[in-house]
Design a protein around this ligand. Structure first.
Ligand SMILES: Cc1cc2nc3c(=O)[nH]c(=O)nc-3n(C[C@H](O)[C@H](O)[C@H](O)COP(=O)(O)OP(=O)(O)OC[C@H]3O[C@@H](n4cnc5c(N)ncnc54)[C@H](O)[C@@H]3O)c2cc1C
Length: 496
């Protein structure tokens, strides 16, 4: 039923293993979902591709802190590039899910009108969706809304149903995209903060903060919040990325406010509003807010914003309760003043492709972004020849919490570590932690996002120490080198 555990693709090349000079045809800067998709798409061709990121693990910036929704494509006009790629990306998820086995579920989206006047705007979304070619949308009466979603506030006036919307686990999506790219020959270099670049001959010499060098003929700038700075480093177009922060609450899976569909209110001028989002793991998210901020690293949450999330979400579902909260988090959308994606061959920097302004719906659009960039690369002169032996599929790793008793017995008999439950809230075994580590995830957050250990009710209070011991045993790392999420987040230090 499940693929045997394989440790064939240690995910990341770390400092000591890296030659000082990596030479590639294409360097992709940024291992969020945009860069991951570009790298995987290019791994189908006979090209040397290197994926660079300044963080300790894949998808550690905006790609890990979002709503995880695969949008249906009715929120924006089709004149926008983001809408075109959102529609294409949405349709690509079934196949990707089959190939890469990350959790994905087309649960459908409901846009909820609580007042009669809001129905006018919902009609507008419906017509826009029809024009965009969104499949299967329906305008719904109050009764139909309550039939689809019995937990809705019974004062609902009506709404819109879009069955093609869905939910994914964004980090596992990012991880498996990169693992697949790596399986097909892409080199992945983490902790590589690009700080300078020179174009000479026909190639860029790209330098990291710590002096490592990568040489590449073409460069893809998929640096998210920092795309403006990376563009400046390469002598590309000048633009400014403005972070727009979104704060969330995470509710335990015991919450009574667990809708079957993603629930949207009527959108505001700057965002899609405060949503109630069932996750593929069974928890529920409420949020996000939308606040333009200056500091790209500011992921703080505030009581004031979080209260506003409760007030807004309770309008749609009265059962939303503060007692169910297990944690809060925030992510920042990398926005341009055009409010659209900017994906194009640079007009000023040679062999340089911009993938900037990838705010929402960037997760949904990401599979299509990979294809779009591949076509631009061809336009820029890069020769693409199909690679014989490209393998699109990954084996599915087992999740102890999902296997039958018989399967669990068999796994434990083969390997007792399968029966040693390290994370009690999420039922994660030692074997799953070991798999995460052997895949290259060496931080507590990387292991958490890969395996879910530490994501439950106690938020790692019980298992963090045990996981650190397993990291030390498996990697030989000292306790004072183990971090929560890379640089600047060491967990234990020697006594002063
Ligand atoms: C609150 C919120 C909710 C959202 N909800 C949804 C949703 O439900 N559905 C949806 O479709 N989209 C959603 N989005 C949008 C989606 O999350 C983003 O569009 C997507 O994650 C952007 O991915 P990316 O790869 O372009 O950027 P990122 O994930 O930010 O990746 C960029 C990478 O570049 C690296 N980098 C930056 N500078 C350098 C450098 N100098 N050297 C090396 N590496 C560098 C970073 O470390 C980072 O890993 C949401 C966003 C937010 C913030």
């Amino acid at each position: 039923m499940f693929g045997r555990l394989q440790y064939l693709f240690p995910l990341m090349v770390k400092e000591n293993q890296l030659q000082n000079l990596v030479s590639a045809d294409v360097a992709v800067i940024g291992a969020g979902v945009s860069g991951a998709s570009v790298a995987r798409t290019l791994s189908r061709y006979q090209l040397d591709v290197v994926l660079l990121d300044k963080e300790a693990d894949v998808a550690f910036q905006t790609s890990k802190a979002n709503s995880g929704i695969i949008h249906a494509g009715f929120h924006h006009n089709k004149k926008y590039l983001k809408t075109e790629l959102e529609l294409k990306g949405n349709m690509m998820f079934d196949r990707l899910h089959r190939e890469l086995k990350f959790p994905f579920y087309r649960c459908g989206i409901l846009v909820v009108a609580m007042q009669q006047e809001e129905l006018k705007y919902i009609w507008h979304l419906y017509e826009q969706g029809q024009e965009n070619g969104v499949f299967g949308m329906e305008m719904c009466s109050r009764e139909k809304m309550l039939e689809l979603e019995p937990g809705l506030n019974s004062d609902v006036a009506g709404g819109l149903y879009a069955p093609s919307g869905g939910i994914i686990e964004p980090y596992l999506y990012g991880f498996t995209m990169v693992e697949s790219a790596q399986k097909n020959g892409v080199k992945v270099v983490m902790d590589f903060n690009v700080t300078s670049a020179d174009f000479s001959g026909n190639s860029y010499i790209i330098r990291s903060e710590d002096g490592r060098i990568v040489k590449a003929r073409y460069v893809i700038n998929a640096a998210g919040l920092y795309a403006d700075e990376v563009s400046r480093i390469f002598g590309g177009e000048k633009y400014t990325i403005r972070p727009r922060k979104g704060e969330y609450y995470v509710m335990d899976r015991t919450t009574k406010a667990r809708p079957k569909h993603v629930l949207f209110p009527v959108p505001t001028p700057v965002s899609k509003g405060i949503l109630i989002i069932p996750t593929v793991e069974g928890t529920v998210l409420i949020g996000p807010t939308a606040e333009v901020i200056e500091d790209k690293e500011d992921l703080s949450t505030s009581t004031e914003k979080l209260h506003s999330i409760f007030d807004a979400s309770r309008k749609m579902m009265k059962e939303v309760s503060q007692h169910d909260v297990i944690t809060t988090f925030a992510g920042s959308r990398p926005c341009l003043s055009s409010d659209d994606f900017y994906i194009d061959v640079s007009g000023v920097a040679p062999h340089f492709i911009q993938v900037a302004g990838i705010q929402s719906p960037g997760l949904t659009a990401s599979p299509a972004i990979g294809e779009y960039v591949k076509d631009l690369l061809k336009k820029a002169g890069c020769v693409l020849i199909g690679k014989p032996g490209f393998d699109p599929s990954l084996d599915r790793e087992y999740r102890f919490s999902e296997v039958s008793r018989e399967e669990a017995d068999r796994l434990i008999h083969e390997n007792p570590a399968c029966g040693n439950i390290v994370c009690r809230c999420e039922n994660i075994s030692e074997e799953e932690i070991v798999t995460a580590i052997r895949k290259g995830h060496r931080t507590l957050d990387g292991i958490k996002f890969y395996s879910r250990a530490g994501m439950g009710r106690c938020q790692g209070g019980f298992c963090s120490y045990k996981i650190m011991k397993i990291i030390m045993r498996e990697t030989g790392m000292r306790y004072d080198r183990i971090t929560k999420h890379g640089k600047g987040s060491v967990l234990l230090v020697d006594e002063l």
